[in-house]
Design a protein around this ligand. Structure first.
Ligand code: HGY
Ligand code: MN
Ligand code: MN
Length: 399
C-alpha cells in the first residue's frame, strides 16, 4: 500500500495522479520498480514498447514463463490503484516466492499503455507482447503533435525493434492480471476477491458533426446549422438508447468543438463514443444504430455526421484451466470463489487471444474508479497476494 502511495506521487500533473505513456512519471516509476525488484533479486528490463518486466528466474533451466501484472499508465486525475496495484501484487508474489523459486520463470509485468490516453489507442503494451502491434500506429500523434514513433525514440527505445517485444506464445504458461474491481459487485456479495471469467467487448468511435460556423449575434436562430446543437441532441439519444438496454453501456466522454470560441456558432464537433457489452452482437448493433441516429439527427438539422475512426475490442473469455486453478487457490486460502464478468476493458482481453489468461479482481470499498477516490483495503490486497502465492506454488502446467 505504501508503494502505491509512493508511485502515486510520481505524476505528470502535479497535485493529481497521472502517468502518461512514455512520460517522465513513467520513467520514474520504472526506476522505482527497478529498485524494488532488484532488491528481491528480479532481473529487470524495459521492452521496445515501454513495458517494464521483472523476472524471478526459474529454479532450473527452462524457457517457460508465467506472467503476473497489469498496466502502469493511468487516465488523467486517476486513483492510485487502477493498473498499478496489479503490478505491485505481482511483485509481492515474487517476493513471497523468494529464494524458493519456481519450475518456471515468474515475470512481473508493468504494461506501458492500456488506457489509450496519449495516442487514443488503448492496449499498446499488450498488443506488442501479443505480436499484434500495427506499425501504422507509429504515425498517430498526441495532443502536442508528437508522433508515437518520436515518443518511443525520445524515451530511449527503438521503434524498429518493437516487433522484438512479442513473446513466443509457446513459452507462456499463462498471464494473470490482478486488478481492482472498479465496480461495486464484490462489496455487495461480500467477497475480497473475484474471478473474472469474461471481459466485455468495446467499440471506440470518433464521430464528426459538421454544420456552419457563423457570427453569434448576426445569424438568426432559424438559419443556423449549429454542430454542437446536433451533437447535444444525439448525446441525449445515446444515453436514452443505452439506458433502455440492459447490459449495454454507451458514453460520450470527449468533445472537440470548433472553433471553440464564445461568440462563434460551432461549425464542427468531433466527439468520442465508447460502447460496451459482454455480447459482441449487441455491442455491434448498438454502434450501428447510434451511428445511424447521428446521421439522422445531423441531416434533420441540415448538417452532416460521419465516423472518423472505429476501433473494436471483442469480448474475451478467460482460460478455463487457469481460472479453475485460480478458483482452487481462492478456496484454499479460505475465501468463497465468485465468478464475474468485467465491464471494464483490460490488457487481458488482448492477451487472452494468444496466451492462456485469467484475471483476479480485488474488492473496492467504494466501487469507484477512474477517479481520485478509488480505494482498496489492505486486508483484501493481502488476500489477493496470498491467493496468487498459493496459485503459483501449486501451479499445474496443463498447456
Ligand atoms: O476503459 C477501460 O475499460 C479501461 O479502464 N481501460
Ligand atoms: Mn482504467
Ligand atoms: Mn486498468
Amino acid at each position: 500500500m505504501s508503494r502505491c502511495d509512493e508511485i502515486a506521487a510520481l505524476t505528470d500533473d502535479p497535485g493529481k495522479i497521472h502517468r502518461l505513456y512514455l512520460s517522465n512519471a513513467i520513467r520514474q516509476t520504472h526506476d522505482l520498480l527497478d529498485q524494488l525488484a532488484r532488491h528481491a533479486e528480479l532481473s529487470c528490463r524495459v521492452d521496445a514498447a515501454g513495458n517494464w518486466i521483472g523476472r524471478l528466474p526459474a529454479n532450473q533451466p527452462t524457457d517457460r514463463v508465467l506472467m503476473i501484472g497489469s498496466h502502469l499508465d493511468t487516465v488523467p486525475n486517476a486513483g492510485k490503484y487502477d493498473g498499478l496495484l496489479g503490478v505491485l501484487v505481482g511483485l509481492a508474489v515474487a517476493e513471497c516466492v523468494g529464494s524458493d523459486r519456481l519450475p518456471f520463470h515468474l515475470d512481473v509485468v508493468g504494461l506501458s499503455e492500456e488506457e489509450g490516453v496519449r495516442f487514443s489507442k488503448p492496449y499498446l503494451g499488450s498488443a506488442a507482447l501479443a505480436g499484434r502491434f500495427d506499425p501504422a500506429w507509429f504515425r498517430r500523434k498526441d495532443h502536442q503533435g508528437i508522433t508515437m514513433r518520436e515518443a518511443i525514440t525520445s524515451f530511449g527505445l527503438s521503434p524498429d525493434r518493437l516487433t522484438n517485444a512479442r513473446i513466443d506464445p509457446n513459452r507462456v504458461i499463462g498471464f494473470i492480471e490482478p486488478h481492482i474491481e472498479q465496480g461495486p459487485l464484490l462489496r455487495r456479495v461480500d467477497r475480497a476477491v473475484g474471478l473474472v471469467t469474461a471481459i466485455a467487448g468495446q467499440s471506440r468511435l470518433l464521430l464528426r458533426f459538421s454544420g456552419v460556423a457563423g457570427h453569434a449575434g448576426t445569424v438568426p436562430m432559424p438559419f443556423r446549422t449549429d454542430a454542437l446543437v446536433m451533437a447535444s441532441k444525439w448525446i441525449d439519444l445515446v444515453a436514452q438508447y443505452a439506458t433502455q438496454r440492459e447490459g449495454l453501456c454507451a458514453t460520450v466522454g470527449q468533445l472537440h468543438v470548433q472553433p471553440n470560441v464564445r461568440n462563434v456558432i460551432p461549425g464542427c464537433v468531433e466527439l468520442s463514443l465508447d460502447v460496451r457489452d459482454a455480447k459482441d452482437d449487441r455491442r455491434r448493433r448498438a454502434a450501428t444504430d447510434l451511428i445511424d441516429m447521428a446521421i439522422r439527427v445531423a441531416r434533420e438539422a441540415g448538417g452532416d455526421a460521419e465516423v472518423i475512426e472505429h476501433q473494436q475490442q471483442p469480448a474475451a473469455t478467460m482460460d478455463e484451466s487457469l481460472s479453475n486453478q485460480l478458483r482452487a487457490a481462492i478456496t484454499a486460502v479460505g475465501c468463497g470463489a465468485f465468478d464475474m464478468t468485467s465491464g471494464a476493458g483490460h490488457d487481458s482481453a488482448v492477451l487472452s487471444d494468444v496466451f492462456p489468461t485469467s484475471m483476479l479482481f480485488i474488492r473496492q470499498p467504494v466501487g469507484i474508479s477512474h477517479h481520485p477516490d478509488e480505494d482498496v483495503d489492505a486486508s483484501d490486497v493481502a488476500i489477493a497476494i496470498e491467493v496468487l502465492h498459493h496459485f503459483v506454488t501449486h501451479f499445474q502446467d496443463t498447456t
